[in-house]
Design a protein around this ligand. Structure first.
Ligand SMILES: C[S@@+](CC[C@H](N)C(=O)[O-])C[C@H]1O[C@@H](n2cnc3c(N)ncnc32)[C@H](O)[C@@H]1O
Length: 249
C-alpha cells in the first residue's frame, strides 16, 4: 500500500506521471480501460498487449515508448558501468524491455562489443522493437548484436544458464510487478532470476520512481547483495532512481 500511495501522490487514482505527463494518456486510456483497473493488472500480458497495440494502432510509424525516461537520460551512467566491467565482449539483458530505446541505444552506441538480449512477454512490443532494430544504423562496434526474446521474465532461470550476463537492466518491470495484488511474490521471483543469470562481477540495475526507503529493503531481501542508489533527474520534474545491485563477494 505504501508503494501505491507514493506513486499516486498528488494524482487521482489511476493516473500517474510519465515524463511529466499524466498517464495513462488519453490516447492509451481506452485500451487500458477495456481490461478494468490497469494499475492492478500491470503484471499481466494482455494488459501490455493492449497497451502496445494501441500505441501502433492507426498505421502510425512504430517508435519507441519509454517508461520514465529514455536511453539518452542514462547513457553516460550505463556506459560508465560497462567501462567498469572486465575487458572483452559484454552481455546485457533488458528484462521487460517493451519498446524502450535502452537496449537498442546501448547496442548502437557502445564502443565495446555487446550481446544485447531484449526480453518481454508482449508480442506487439517485440514486433515494434524488431522493426526499430531493422531501421537502426549499424552498431558502433561491428560485432555487437541485439536479439529480441519473447518470454516470461519471471522464468529467467529456465531461459538462461546461470551467470550469463554482465549487466541486467530493469526499467519499470519490477515496479509493474510490485504494484499488482500478486506483486511482491512475482517481483521477488523476477529479482531472484535476474541475480541468478548475473555473472559474479555483474550488476543488476533497476530504474524506478520508488523512493530508496521503500525499495532498498525490498532489494536487500534478496540475500547477499550490495545496493547503490543514484538519483536520475529530475526528468520532466520527477526524480527517478537507479538501483545498482551486485553480489557481495
Ligand atoms: C513499465 S513497462 C516498462 C517497459 C520498458 N522497460 C521501458 O522502460 O519502457 C513494463 C514492461 O514489462 C513487461 N513485463 C511485465 N511483466 C513481464 C513478465 N512477466 N515477463 C516479461 N515481460 C514482462 C511488459 O510487457 C512491459 O513492457
Amino acid at each position: 500500500m505504501m508503494r501505491i500511495r507514493m506513486m499516486m501522490k498528488n494524482h487521482p487514482r489511476g493516473v500517474f506521471q510519465i515524463l511529466g505527463r499524466p498517464f495513462p494518456s488519453p490516447a492509451f486510456s481506452s485500451a487500458w480501460k477495456e481490461g478494468g483497473d490497469p494499475l492492478g493488472q500491470m503484471d499481466q500480458q494482455p494488459t501490455w498487449d493492449r497497451f502496445y497495440a494501441a500505441q501502433t494502432g492507426g498505421g502510425t510509424t512504430p517508435g519507441h515508448f519509454d517508461w520514465f525516461f529514455g536511453y539518452q537520460d542514462v547513457a553516460a551512467f550505463l556506459h560508465n558501468t560497462l567501462e567498469g566491467l572486465p575487458d572483452g565482449p559484454a552481455s546485457v539483458l533488458d528484462v521487460g524491455c517493451g519498446t524502450s530505446d535502452l537496449g537498442l541505444g546501448l547496442y548502437r552506441e557502445s564502443p565495446r562489443q555487446l550481446q544485447v538480449c531484449c526480453l518481454d512477454f508482449s508480442p506487439p512490443a517485440l514486433g515494434v522493437l524488431q522493426q526499430l532494430l531493422q531501421q537502426s544504423p549499424p552498431p558502433r562496434h561491428p560485432r555487437s548484436e541485439l536479439h529480441c526474446r519473447l518470454a516470461d521474465a519471471t522464468e529467467l532461470a529456465r531461459l538462461f544458464a546461470p551467470a550469463s550476463f554482465h549487466l541486467v537492466l530493469d526499467k519499470g518491470t519490477c515496479d509493474a510487478l510490485l504494484r499488482c495484488p500478486r506483486g511482491p511474490g512475482r517481483a521477488q521471483q523476477l529479482m531472484a532470476g535476474c541475480l541468478g543469470v548475473l555473472k559474479p562481477e555483474g550488476h543488476l540495475i533497476q530504474f524506478s520512481d520508488e523512493d530508496p526507503d521503500a525499495r532498498v529493503p525490498f532489494l536487500e531481501q534478496a540475500g547477499e547483495v550490495n545496493v547503490a542508489v543514484k538519483e536520475i533527474g529530475p526528468t520532466g520534474g520527477i526524480c527517478y532512481y537507479a538501483y545498482t545491485i551486485g553480489r557481495k563477494t
